[in-house]
Design a protein around this ligand. Structure first.
Ligand code: AMP
Ligand code: MG
Length: 476
């Protein structure tokens, strides 16, 4: 069956003109084997009715979707990589395939990864490894389950090529991924037009983002609109980074080309989830200084926002841009508390200071005891109502001593949020679903060695159970 009646193409970005993207074509792959289609995400944009053959035609061979822009474009951008400016970036292995509205009327991009070379590939082959694709599906699902703003891996298709990579045993299998996210306009997209001294294009891009993503900004003019955009992006970024901190997610490569205007986690590369509380935990082997370590992610968000504001100085006012960036630290502090309390299944305490005090004591206990990050949140979901369960569970031995008591004594100031969720079967299990590196490597090893996908599918089913457990009883 073709697309459903909910399908609403709206290729907005393509209208910005040739300075924003270059027409490209996908490579002709030797094989197309459908590995994953996110049927839930597909439903949100009217693509759930595609047969598997039609799906592969659009997301493996990139035949144009009905009434969609043609051809797709590799987006142009620059960016700071590990704080060094690189004017040679751009979509080197992906493109914007189309844009469409979801059921709520919000615009979504269909962005590819691994679809072949583009004018921005430099020395790269334009490809994605199957392992990279599998990792992106898992990480995005895990963050989505925990309510963290993220792109969704809509489609993963194995493509039958052999790739050479320094960070995987090679040759390694290839794949092409399509992700859905609200925008692929990066901080680095603005940086490019600032670097090339093109204020009219900066204005066009700000106007585009205001019209499509932040319509209330249209009431502002010129410099105020630019500052308003920075402020809105700062708030969205604060929410996203706060979500990572509660999930124990370490993105790994927080360059300015990997942060977008709608504040969604994307471009999953060497990400990891924390095994235990550790501010210095680093995901990427090439991040030797720990620049993007778990505990430095909030600061990386701020640094990147400063670059975004800096890029807008040709069309903005320094004072109001600076002021806009200043919205980030307090918004992050508040969002981090909210995200951690949400992860604990607790309401804010009546006395505002108690929130910070309890959460600081919690992190101190977790770091010193080395208790499993995910295990701790699983055991103590709902706070005191879970005391008996936590103390009877596999981590009971961790829950004693001075550091533990220093945290535990605050708990009676916190009420559970929707404790009915504890009756979900997910919380009857002693172990949480987690995605620490050993688990990811183990499920990948089964695929690599025996083409056995059972571990991958089991993990996705467990993540779905987590999502349902956390959402149960809530209207959204
Ligand atoms: P990333 O670290 O994925 O954000 O990528 C940084 C830059 O390198 C972007 O311009 C990518 O498009 C490009 N890139 C990464 N991997 C490849 C590849 N295999 N082939 C071509 N370009 C790539
Ligand atoms: Mg990138």
């Amino acid at each position: 069956m073709p697309v459903s009646s909910a399908y609403q193409p709206d290729p907005q970005f393509f209208g910005l003109g040739p300075e924003f993207g270059d027409p490209v074509q996908a490579v002709d792959f030797p094989m197309h084997r459908l590995v994953w289609r996110d049927q839930r995400a597909a439903e949100s944009v009217g693509l759930e009715t595609l047969s598997d053959d039609e799906w592969v035609a659009h997301f493996g061979r990139f035949e144009t979707l009905p009434n969609m822009a043609q051809p797709p474009v590799a987006m142009r951008y620059h960016g700071h990589q590990f704080r060094t400016y690189n004017p040679q970036l751009g979509d080197g292995r992906g493109f914007l395939f189309g844009q469409l509205r979801d059921q709520k009327g919000r615009l979504l991009d269909l962005g590819t990864k691994g679809s072949g070379q583009t004018p921005w590939s430099r020395q790269g082959d334009g490809r994605l490894t199957l392992k990279g694709g599998v990792r992106e599906v898992l990480a995005a699902r895990m963050l989505e389950a925990q309510g963290v703003p993220t792109s969704k891996a809509l489609s993963l298709i194995e493509t039958g090529e052999n790739l050479i990579r320094s960070d995987e045993p090679s040759p390694t299998r290839s794949a092409v991924l399509v992700r859905l996210q609200h925008s692929h306009v990066r901080f680095g997209t603005f940086q490019r037009h600032a670097f090339l001294d093109a204020p009219e294009r900066l204005t066009a891009l700000v106007d585009h983002c205001a019209a499509v993503y932040y319509p209330h900004l249209q009431a502002l003019d010129g410099p105020e609109r630019a500052a308003g955009l920075v402020r809105d992006v700062a708030l969205a970024t604060a929410d996203m980074v706060a979500g990572w901190m509660a999930a124990g997610f370490v993105h790994g490569v927080l360059n300015t080309d990997n942060m977008n205007v709608t504040g969604e986690s994307f471009d999953y590369g060497p990400w990891r989830f924390l095994p235990v509380a550790d501010g210095n935990f680093t995901a990427a082997y090439f991040d030797q200084t720990g620049l993007y370590a778990y505990g430095r992610q909030p600061e990386a968000g701020l640094w990147n926002l400063k670059q975004l504001a800096g890029a807008l100085t040709p069309i903005g006012e320094l004072d109001s841009l600076t002021e806009a960036v200043r919205a980030y630290p307090p918004a992050f502090a508040q969002a981090q508390q909210a995200a951690l309390l949400r992860r604990l299944g607790l309401q804010f305490a009546a006395e505002p200071d108690d929130n910070r005090t309890m959460l600081d004591a919690m992190f101190a206990f977790m770091a010193r005891s080395g208790v499993s990050w995910d295990g701790f949140f699983h055991d103590w979901f709902g706070g005191l109502v879970s005391e008996a369960r936590a103390l009877a569970g596999p981590r009971a031995d961790d829950y004693k001593g001075e550091d533990f008591e220093a945290w535990f004594k605050w708990l009676d100031r916190f009420q559970p949020e929707r404790p009915d969720r504890l009756s979900h079967p997910y919380f009857q299990g002693a172990e949480p679903v987690s995605l620490v590196i050993e688990e990811v490597e183990a499920l990948w090893a089964k695929i690599a060695e025996d083409d056995d996908w059972s571990g991958f599918h089991q993990k996705l089913a467990d993540i779905t159970s987590l999502r349902e457990a956390l959402a149960e009883g809530c209207s959204g």
